[in-house]
Design a protein around this ligand. Structure first.
Ligand code: PLP
Length: 482
């Protein structure tokens, strides 16, 4: 739903910025794309960016920066200790979250490392709306276990539920009683729930979750990496937020949390991260780990230039003109694909468009990685790279069998302010073709399978010659078009 009204246009997502620096892109012929994806072990993480037309892998560190951010980078105070830049960033963080203490870290997962090392003991259980890959890994490495307590609607791919990221409060309380509050080091809410399709959490649910945490004296932790999309949806979809400013909603969410952390590769549209808290004792406990794993306390592994960019990025993150771009483009992308009958996750969320691979390529067995097969096929027919978010992104069961993911998704990320509507229409058009020819897509199997987070660097091969057949059909239909 665009906030701008039109005369003849339906819902045109309108850019509230103009482009002043561009980067030339490459669209390789399909034979070269076939070679590139095979050389990359059918893993889009291993493609070279020069072989990619639309890089829709992630929104992490790939959002477009503003002129104000680039300008700020030029005045960075480059010193190891006590840099003026750090204090500017600290102030911006305090203002955005309304909390006292800020610990810098080089990215989001680095915060998770510090938090898990400080708070999680062997045997602990961490309830959360949904896991994120790196979060879960850090908790498991510290000897803990993750329990997801999402509402049933969360993993229904087709839904009209506006806040699929909400915690199921009944399940939360039941879980706390089952394992005992003393084994729950914190409850974690991930804003803009990444792995179920960038789905938001309501302010009401954050407040209700806090009330339960308070009852059992358990800290509430908020992963604010994707909070900007979430804030947009709070404002647009949640009645109690309609009259609040974006800054007020952010403060209200943060107020419920004992611990907030974020990846500034997303929030702040630059690179870095940090932990924000009010508790001095906990701050002191974590503080000593920053120089060990990240860097001195006034940079935490970030370059001063990036810190300047994050500080300005945080100021811009409360501007509706800035944060509306992603969700509105994604909504338009979703509208076009729905018109073409391509199965997607609804309602559309933030950070990217999510295809329902389980439905798209239902003829492929779960053990042959539906979403991974689809994402390789998408690169072949369009030169766009997405990310597998399904079984391949899961760790195997302890007995070595595949843990079939509850959602089998392909994410096509729309880094903020990066792509144009023509590019969105191009990829939508290729997806429509691919959907009509979906029977040609086959499965994948591992040739090199790392034991942790295999999706990042694992290599796979097709289980048949389906890729050659898909290329042949493409040439039949598109001739020598790229
Ligand atoms: C990206 C992300 C992280 C990890 O952040 P990095 O900066 O990539 O390490 C953590 N949580 C969520 C929700 C994310 O989207």
């Amino acid at each position: 739903m665009s906030r701008i009204k039109f005369f003849k246009e339906k819902n045109l997502p309108l850019e509230m910025h103009k482009v002043r620096i561009v980067q030339k892109l490459n669209l390789l012929p399909i034979d070269e794309r076939l070679k590139a994806i095979q050389e990359a072990g059918n893993n889009t993480f291993l493609l070279r960016n020069s072989d990619v037309y639309l890089d829709m892998l992630t929104d992490s560190g790939t959002n477009a920066m503003s002129d104000r951010q680039l300008g700020a980078m030029m005045i960075a105070d480059d010193s190891y200790a006590g840099s003026a830049t750090f204090y500017r960033l600290e102030e911006a963080v305090q203002k955005f979250f309304g909390k006292k203490y800020f610990l810098p870290a080089h990215q989001g997962r680095a915060c998770e490392n510090i938090l898990a090392k400080t708070l999680v003991k062997p045997g602990d259980v961490v309830p959360m709306n949904y896991h994120f890959t790196t979060t879960k890994t850090h908790i498991v490495l510290a000897g803990g276990r993750v329990e997801e307590i999402f509402k049933d609607e969360a993993i229904e791919t087709t839904s009209s539920e506006p806040f699929k990221g909400d915690i199921d409060l009944v399940k939360l309380e039941k879980l706390i009683n089952e394992v005992g509050p003393e084994h729950v080091p914190f409850v974690r809410i991930e804003m803009g729930t990444n792995l179920i399709g960038g789905q938001p959490v309501s302010l009401g649910n954050v407040q209700d979750t806090k009330a339960i945490c308070k009852k059992y004296n358990i800290p509430l932790m908020i992963d604010a990496s994707l909070i900007t999309d979430n804030l947009y949806f709070n404002k647009i979809r949640e009645e109690k937020c309609a009259d609040m400013t974006i800054a007020e909603i952010a403060l209200e969410i943060s107020k419920c949390a004992d611990i907030v952390y974020f990846s500034a590769r997303k929030l702040g549209s630059a690179k870095g991260g940090g932990i924000v808290i009010d508790d001095k004792a906990l701050y002191d406990k974590m503080k000593v780990l920053i120089p060990v794993y990240e860097g001195f306390l006034t940079y935490g592994g970030m370059s001063t230039r990036e810190m300047e960019a994050v500080a300005v990025g945080l100021e811009e993150a409360v501007d509706m003109d800035m944060i509306s771009h992603g969700p509105e483009f994604i909504e338009e992308f979703a509208r076009i694909l729905t018109e073409y009958n391509v199965p997607i996750v609804t309602p559309p969320g933030g950070l990217g468009l999510h295809l329902n691979a389980r439905e798209f390529v239902g003829h492929i067995k779960g053990e042959e990685y539906q979403a991974a097969s689809l994402v390789a096929a998408i690169y072949l027919v369009s030169g766009a790279r997405g990310m597998e978010r399904g079984t391949l992104s899961e760790e195997k069961n302890p007995d070595g069998s595949e843990h079939i993911a509850s959602c089998e998704l392909v994410r096509l990320a729309l880094p903020r302010r990066v792509f144009t509507l023509s590019q969105v229409r191009f990829i939508a058009d290729r997806l429509a073709w691919l959907y009509e020819n979906r029977e040609l897509i086959g499965g994948l199997r591992f040739v090199e399978e790392p034991s942790v987070m295999r999706f990042f660097i694992g290599r796979l091969e097709p289980t048949s010659d389906w890729q050659e057949k898909l290329v042949a059909k493409f040439k039949e239909d598109f001739g020598d078009s790229l």
